[in-house]
Design a protein around this ligand. Sequence first.
Ligand code: MF3
Ligand code: CO
Length: 249
Amino acid sequence: MIIIKKPEEIAKMREAGKLLAACHKEIAKRIVPGVTTWELDEFADAFVRAHGATHEQKGYHGYPYSICASVNDVVCHGFPKKIPLQEGDIVTIDMVVNLNGWLADSAWSYGVGKLSPEVANLLKTTEESMYKGIAQAVVGNRMGDISHAIQSYAEGKGYSVVRQFIGHGIGQEMHEDPEVPHYGPAGRGLRLKEGMVITVEPMINTGHWEAYVEEDGWTARTRDGGLSAQYEHTIAITKDGPLILTLQD
Ligand code: MF3
Ligand code: CO
């Protein structure tokens, strides 16, 4: 069941999204060779608490940390670790902030220090593919229009799109209907309506799209060891077009 949000509810989610965006901007400043994702987790937890909010991931189906931190071939749901990041790494920080019972969800891939052209191009293409998808999130379009815009863009640049993990509706729960696949044909799926709030969060790989989950039950890695990046915004579908609730301005 899709829960349509009223404008005043979207406004509350925008407040959660603003705080999440501010947290990402602070994290971005701290991404340097030698920092650990453990330190970033501690920072993120303290930052949102200082602003009267909490991280929704902690304890979600037993997830043990405030953030997900996914390095290089980790596709998503990586655990923060006391291992220093190295020059040229990719680290994706994924956070879901709960402010006064309303949620926002945004992941961002960061390059550490000086990047190889391969890594820089993967980051750029993944971010662009997210915005191609968001641009299709307009009243009257179908879900497949979002999916197809992402897949055709990423595959056109020679990358693959992860299938096992997809976007979702969000509100007072982290995962609501509808499902938001990042692959599939245009013109299919449900019609997008005013007041839907969804995430668009493509994970894009340099190699094959297939991922597997490690023994810890969470960490998803590319099967072939290729690199993976992810960008995610929470967006509201409004009569004036897609409204990005987690915009970093
Ligand atoms: N942003 C992730 C998602 O969209 C957050 C889930 S991680 C979890 O699904 F640990 F909370 F499950
Ligand atoms: Co999400």
